[in-house]
Write a protein of this length. Structure first.
Length: 278
């Protein structure tokens, strides 16, 4: 009987010892300490006032790219120091630029923050050079089905058709260029279903206007102005060194091009007289 009791006590002690050892194993499991350290470092970065000014913490519109050791040093009137610290790298959603935060996790303090600006690729980069034509008949015959070439039936006095450019992927569009002695007038068309014109003039003071039955926007730029609008045939941008009223008159004359109409083959294209230039 006594032997059985002793055996039972021994088994209980063994189980207890194993449980203690197991708990110690879990606490010191590989990677657990590192995860806890990373979490505390991230928390320090997220609570820093300068970080919150640069990264939209409250909205959550960011991601943590990397957490890891970094070499960092400082020089100054109070002395020099260098060592291995922990870096947290943020990226705001929609941007390729990175925000670096260097943390002394032993002393629970942020040592430095800085942006690593990444130059974004130009819009529509990687495209082949455009095809160039001297008449609208040429470019119209090559357009895909479902895309009808549009053109301004009236242009300002003194302007003539210079060339037509046809751009392919990744940003297909047609670019009709008129020139006068000093200025250039461009009409850009993007067919339905394709990305908008990436190089349009942008401005905060856009003015809403009407082009026939369509609504559009007039934007005053530096040295040139723009009217943009959309209809069932695509999206359009008319850009030139003209006043709003003159641009609007040209935009209002835009219509589909048809081969049999002989448009632009006839040099007696409709002309409009301009007011004062912008």
């Amino acid at each position: 009987m006594r032997l059985n009791i002793q055996r039972g006590i021994a088994m209980i002690m063994a189980v207890g010892l194993a449980a203690m050892l197991c708990a110690g194993c879990l606490e010191n499991a590989p990677g657990t300490a590192e995860k806890n350290r990373s979490a505390s470092v991230i928390a320090l970065a997220l609570n820093d006032s300068l970080v919150r000014e640069n990264i939209p913490i409250d909205t959550g519109d960011y991601e943590i790219v990397e957490v890891g050791p970094v070499q960092y040093g400082q020089t100054g009137p109070k002395g020099n120091f260098s060592g291995t610290f922990t870096g947290v790298i943020f990226r705001c959603c929609g941007s390729g630029s990175l925000y670096h935060v260097i943390i002394d996790d032993e002393n629970a303090m942020v040592l430095s923050q800085y942006w690593q600006w990444v130059k974004e690729p130009l819009p529509c980069s990687g495209a082949e050079p455009p095809k160039e034509y001297s008449t609208l008949e040429e470019v119209s015959s090559g357009l895909s089905r479902g895309c009808t070439l549009a053109y301004p039936a009236s242009v300002p006095v003194g302007y003539h058709l210079s060339l037509v450019r046809e751009y392919g992927e990744p940003c297909p569009r047609q670019d009709i260029v008129y020139t006068s002695e000093r200025n250039e007038l461009r009409f850009v068309q993007v067919c339905p279903g394709y990305p908008p014109y990436a190089f349009a003039i942008s401005g905060e003071a856009g003015m809403e206007i009407e082009i026939g039955d369509a609504r559009g926007e007039f934007v005053r730029g530096v040295g040139q102005n723009q009217i943009a609008w959309v209809d069932e045939h695509g999206s359009y941008w008319l850009i030139g060194d003209l006043q709003k009223e003159d641009l609007l008159e040209v935009a209002s004359s835009v219509k589909p091009f048809h081969q049999q109409s002989g448009a632009y083959a006839n040099p007696q294209q409709d002309r409009i007289h301009l007011g004062a230039e912008a």
